[in-house]
Design a protein around this ligand. Structure first.
Ligand SMILES: [Mn+2]
Length: 331
């Protein structure tokens, strides 16, 4: 779903009205908030203060290591718990499951996101969603320009970290992303952004990645390699590391006491018709939860902690159906 200039203008006008009647707002980010989520939220909060709206940035379920690295160099207060204000912004998230916060009905909710629209789009009063955008930060930039905000160096820095992170250090950047990057970087060295985003991985993360490789189950369909594994933490980093090690698709489960989480990563070179976000969403009933994300990177979580094999069976069947051949277990 692409956002037209017209619908952006229309939505921003509505946001403007809300800014005139609210003096406070809460900006919420998804669990394990990445630099695009944090960068978008902080930039938005700083810009809204120019409109005399005081924002609290709420990260209800952890922030990522990369985001921590940015915030240690460019500090900004992020709350883990906070009373919600009557004006709520949700950035970089498409599903309620990614945002473990109860949002009262009387709140005005503004959603700014670049994932495929999920159940949050249904509860939002104003949706600024463009799933063709590579980053939420790029969308926030458009909104802030439309609002006439003063794009300070700090605001641009936070947006640029989000854009750079979500385009895989600009490797996946479109011409439009590059234009935005040039606009944002005016007096900012890209190397400063790169170094703010590079955090040494902790030993626990390295152990998790190696453990997930040890527990690997590998299937082959033609020349496609599909890896499954399970781990107690760092499931998305582990899935990514399995892809980097040679899998075309990697899906890593994380079984917690009361929750099952899974994370999937796919090489961008796999055929367009394979869509991880779509197949993860179809697991809703099996895992008793919800999922979503992007075509090549998706996650899901649910309450059914006994659903790993059913989920795995469904995922494998989907790959077999799309690739029109039975999978062979090779490892
Ligand atoms: Mn993002």
């Amino acid at each position: 779903m692409e956002l037209t200039d017209e619908s952006l203008k229309e939505a921003t006008l509505k946001v403007k009205t809300l800014l005139e009647t609210n003096r406070r707002a809460t900006v919420i980010v998804h669990h394990n908030a990445d630099p695009d989520a944090i960068g978008s939220a902080v930039a938005l909060a700083q810009a809204l203060s120019q409109f005399k709206v005081k924002c609290t940035v709420l990260a209800p379920a952890d922030i990522s290591r990369q985001s921590m690295a940015i915030l240690s160099k460019y500090p900004y207060p992020i709350q883990e718990k906070a009373e919600l204000e009557s004006l709520v912004f949700i950035v970089d998230s498409s599903s309620k499951e990614q945002v473990p916060v109860d949002i009262p009905k009387e709140c005005s909710v503004v959603l700014i996101d670049h994932h495929r629209p999920g159940n949050l789009a249904k509860i939002a009063d104003i949706s600024i969603v463009d799933s063709t955008s590579h980053s939420t930060a790029g969308l926030v930039l458009s909104v802030l320009k439309e609002l006439g905000a003063n794009l300070t160096r700090e605001i641009r820095f936070f947006l640029l970290t989000g854009l750079v992170a979500d385009t895989a250090f600009l490797r996946k950047a479109s011409r439009n992303d590059l234009k935005k990057a040039v606009e944002l970087s005016e007096d900012i060295e890209l190397s400063d952004v790169f170094s703010a985003l590079s955090a040494e991985e902790e030993v626990s993360e390295r152990i998790a990645k190696l453990q997930s490789a040890k527990r690997l189950e590998l299937y082959r369909i033609n020349d496609f390699l599909i890896a499954f594994s399970h781990i107690g933490s760092f499931e998305s980093r582990s899935a990514l590391s399995l892809v980097k090690s040679g899998a075309d698709i990697a899906i890593v489960f994380n079984l917690q006491k009361k929750e099952l989480r899974l994370s999937g990563r796919m090489r961008s070179s796999v055929p367009e018709r394979l869509d991880l976000a779509r197949v993860f969403r179809s697991l809703d009933k099996i895992i008793e939860g919800g999922g979503g994300g992007h075509r090549t990177a998706a996650s899901a979580n649910g309450k059914n902690t006994k659903s790993i094999s059913a989920a795995k069976y469904n995922l494998l069947s989907y790959f077999e159906k799309i690739l029109a051949k039975k999978a062979k277990k090779i490892l």
